[in-house]
Ligand binder design. Structure first.
Ligand code: NDP
Length: 328
């Protein structure tokens, strides 16, 4: 049965007398370091001499070099997943290495000869800090990859609790499960949703609806976003009552109209690439080549004309338009 953990199931005690190294001071690293310190942990930030080091100093830490993390009892690796395998990592045998994503452990890119675990917030890095300060929770995936000392789970949960990751609840997953789910959303679900949106735009254009109106309906009005918010807050079935009878009838009577489309075969292929480690091999090769394909793909997806169209539309119909209307 799936195990769900809350603050009451954990204790900060396993971190007593433990030195916690936070490696990296970016999206997650800064929030983790500040939250761990506010929770009473003995935190050392380890970051190369770069812009984020200055930020750590401004926040009152005395940053050290990356290899200083090897002296710590708990090492939180909060740098990009493709960079983690290149670190000069040599932890003590009784140390615990923690990652914020299952990726490196799941695909054998990280295999320290000590305890290893995962505390993966389902929350953007800066929001991990904001939620902590506001006293609200966020969902976390927690898991133990290797337990040599018999203390791995207690220490993983202590770190999760110290960053505020058990307030709402944490789901116990293996790093493999977390990685397949996380990358599955990015690589199998997200492209499918993109295809759905693009098909919808095409059919609406065929009906003579202006592109501005279509994009507004899909994104700028916030209606789709708010509907998903209601699904989260009240449940998919319960939020139905907020839609008009015409809308309810239309949605429900057509609900099965795409069932004949075989989404599953392609989705399985994409997820097989993730689970088998083929994607991890491809991504390593991309990193080693200096990210040429990523640059090419980004160049197309973020082409100047697309950015300009979006900026113009948001200026006219986005949230700022109401606060700062264009002069007549
Ligand atoms: P960031 O990109 O914000 O990490 C930046 C930090 O990593 C900086 O301190 C940077 O130092 C350091 N860094 C980058 N490259 C190198 C390098 N080659 N050598 C040494 N240090 C380097 O990462 P995130 O916080 O986004 O991600 C960290 C982990 O958290 C990942 O495992 C990710 O999967 C996970 N995660 C991230 C989420 C998010 O919202 N972003 C959500 C949930 C999990 P410098 O300033 O010197 O470049």
């Amino acid at each position: 049965m799936t195990v769900i953990v809350h603050e009451a199931d954990a204790s900060l005690e396993p971190l007593t007398d433990q030195r916690v190294a936070v490696v990296g001071y970016g999206n997650q690293g800064r929030s983790w370091a500040l939250n761990l310190r506010d929770s009473g942990a003995d935190v050392v930030v380890c970051v190369r001499a770069d812009s984020t080091r200055e930020m750590a100093e401004a926040d009152g830490f005395k940053p050290r070099e990356l290899d200083a993390a090897n002296d710590a009892d708990v090492i939180c690796l909060l740098i990009p997943d493709d960079v983690i395998p290149t670190l000069p990592l040599a932890p003590k045998p009784d140390a615990l290495v923690i990652v914020a994503s299952g990726y490196t452990l799941a695909f054998g890119r990280l295999d320290p000869a000590c305890d290893a675990g995962m505390v993966a917030p389902r929350m953007l890095g800066p929001e991990v800090r904001r939620c902590f300060l506001e006293g609200v929770g966020f969902i976390t995936a927690v898991g133990v990859h290797r337990d040599l000392t018999g203390t791995a789970r207690a220490r993983v949960l202590a770190v999760a609790s110290a960053i505020g990751g058990l307030r709402q609840g944490a789901i116990e997953l293996t790093p493999e499960q977390e990685a397949v789910l996380d990358l599955g959303v990015e690589q199998a679900l997200s492209p499918a949703l993109r295809q759905v949106s693009e098909s919808f735009v095409r059919v609406m254009l065929e009906q003579g609806v202006p592109i501005e109106a279509i994009v507004t309906e899909l994104v700028l009005s916030g209606e789709v976003e708010r509907t998903y918010r209601l699904v989260r807050l009240e449940g998919g079935a319960a939020q139905m009552t907020y839609h008009s009878p015409t809308s309810q009838y239309g949605q429900l009577s057509r609900a099965g109209r795409y069932q004949h489309l075989d989404m599953v075969t392609t989705m399985r292929e994409l997820v097989d690439d993730i689970a088998s480690g083929r994607f991890a091999d491809e991504w390593d090769a991309e990193r080693d080549a200096g990210y040429p394909r990523l640059e090419e793909l980004r160049g197309k997806a973020m082409a100047p004309e697309i950015l300009a169209f979006e900026a113009d539309l948001r200026a006219r119909l986005g949230e700022r338009a109401a606060k700062d209307p264009p002069r007549p």
